[in-house]
Design a protein around this ligand. Structure first.
Ligand code: IPD
Ligand code: CA
Ligand code: CA
Ligand code: CA
Length: 267
């Protein structure tokens, strides 16, 4: 994708994200319906659906040949990353949205011929927009994010993870995760993958470890972290795949080998 095309698409996406955020803030002032999906804790609201519909209609009326992958089903059936694909999570952190009315984000990653080109993660209630354009760095609002530090060590690192990972689970040896909790400086769980990835890019946490994310959870965070020199890979060390669910290790480049070799043992 050439630079000027990328810039134009980004400007549109940014305007739509800010508008969608404004709509969500307004919509929260009145009642909205909350339903469950795969299990009683897997929540979805009318606002998630309305927001995804809003993006789908903006994208379709502006870019007839672009495709959409979205969590709530208003996208296309996408089987390849040829052309331009918008990967959208209208509300990442729906549980936070419902219970806390904060700590949720809109996440949009735009991929062109398989390459992550544009990212936007909008913390709606804090009005903080993280953005990245391929080769042009990452930003938190208008402030360019620094490259991640080279002097980071695991013992003084903070990791975001879902506490369920340290209990018995099917994918990784939980004893090693427990050891990571002991050996690192601290752990956090924010309940929004997109924000946790943005925090890795910002350098306020040093890693985020999770065993099951959908493309809409990590597509935007991927480029944000890549642009500051961090790593986003699958737990077996492979590159991420934007067309399927992935295990995700996102972290400062200085701790990736130690994490994979010492603390992540796949079952
Ligand atoms: C979820 C959040 C959560 C993560 C889950 C995601 P949703 O997304 O990002 O933090 O642990 O794996 O599914 O459903 O709130 O968009
Ligand atoms: Ca969901
Ligand atoms: Ca999500
Ligand atoms: Ca969602």
């Amino acid at each position: 994708m050439n630079k000027s095309t990328r810039q134009t698409i980004f400007e549109n996406a940014k305007q739509w994200v800010l508008e969608a955020g404004e709509n969500i803030r307004e919509r929260m002032k009145s009642e909205f319906q909350v339903d469950t999906k795969s299990n009683p804790n897997d929540l979805v609201t009318e606002v998630d659906k309305e927001t995804e519909k809003y993006f789908a209609s903006k994208i379709r009326s502006t870019y007839k040949d672009h495709l959409i992958i979205g969590e709530e089903g208003y996208g296309d059936k996408v089987e390849s990353l040829d052309g331009t694909v918008w990967i959208i999570d209208p509300i990442d952190g729906t549980m936070n949205f419902v219970h806390q009315k904060r700590n949720f984000a809109i996440s949009i990653g735009i991929i062109h011929n398989g390459i992550a080109e544009i990212s936007l993660i909008y913390n709606v209630m804090d009005d903080v927009l993280y953005t990245a354009l391929k080769g042009e760095g990452a930003y938190r609002n208008d402030t360019k994010l620094s490259k991640l530090k080279d002097d980071v060590q695991l013992a003084t690192s903070i990791f975001a993870l879902n506490s369920i990972l340290a209990c018995e689970n099917k994918k990784v040896n939980e004893k090693k995760i427990q050891q990571l909790i002991i050996d690192s400086r601290g752990t956090r769980g924010y309940g929004s993958a997109a924000l946790e990835l943005a925090y890795v890019a910002e350098g306020i946490i040093d890693g985020y470890i999770t065993m099951n994310l959908a493309p809409w959870d990590f597509a935007a965070g991927y480029l944000l972290i890549e642009e500051v020199g961090g790593k986003v890979i699958q737990a077996n060390g492979d590159r991420v795949n934007f067309l399927e669910n992935n295990t995700i290790i996102a972290c400062n480049h200085m701790v990736v080998d130690e994490l994979l070799n010492k603390y992540i043992e796949l079952k």
